[in-house]
Design a protein around this ligand. Sequence first.
Ligand code: HEM
Ligand code: HEM
Length: 199
Amino acid sequence: MSKHYHWLSISLHWTMFLLLVLTFITIELRFIFPEKTRSHDLMRLWHYIFGTSIFFLVWLRLLVRSCTSTPNIDPKPAYWQHILAKIVHFGLYLFMLVAPLIGWLHISAANRTPTFYGVKLPVFVDPNSNLAQTLLNYHDEIALVGYTLIALHIVGALFHHYICRDSTLIRMLPKTGGSKTRPNYQRASTPQLGQLLKN
Ligand code: HEM
Ligand code: HEM
């Protein structure tokens, strides 16, 4: 079995990471431009575009995932780490589906036309300002939960790489010419901690 995820999974993982960073930056930094200016509106528009791209790509990602195998981690992590990773991954997929969808529904409820690169998207709810406000609150809260999960996920990946010194992160990096496996994990700088967490 390959030591890496399928190249398409790897490409989608890092493309979507980049899209998420852009989604975050565009909405959080929109206030560097005064409200109702073209630049401010453009930042919001790009937020919608990057966010909607995540929504569409996550389906492709799930499809690729279902058609390809997940490489084993070497050495095998403790069972609780495996379960924790599964829960976080599930949460991340849910977040990538639900956060954009709620944003999209909010736009419809706010009586605006959701678009994607100028193409009109279907409207699923009738205009309703109360609903629009509720959806926006949910959108905000779900984004916060998502960012927390991402932070946990990144800490987990770095923990596996630097403390457990296993192949978790390497599997999600593009294959390069040389071997990127970590045969020297036994010589970890903190072998006691790595061993302790395995038991
Ligand atoms: C994973 C994707 C997304 C994430 C993580 C995300 C996150 C956020 C966050 C954190 C805010 C609040 C910013 C603040 O309160 O200052 C926000 C605002 C907003 N988002 Fe998203 N969003 C995503 C996708 C989308 C999509 C696809 C749409 C619509 C098609 C959308 C529409 C909005 C709208 C309308 C606002 C309110 C600000 C405004 O009026 O422009 N979002 N989003
Ligand atoms: C610096 C940022 C990131 C790093 C270092 C990273 C690292 C990794 C690693 C090492 C894996 C494989 C873990 C395993 O199979 O147990 C993985 C898988 C995954 N990552 Fe990330 N990631 C990052 C950002 C993100 C972001 C922003 C998202 C989405 C919001 C994300 C979503 C996922 C998902 C859903 C999986 C599971 C893949 C699967 O098996 O289906 N990652 N990531």
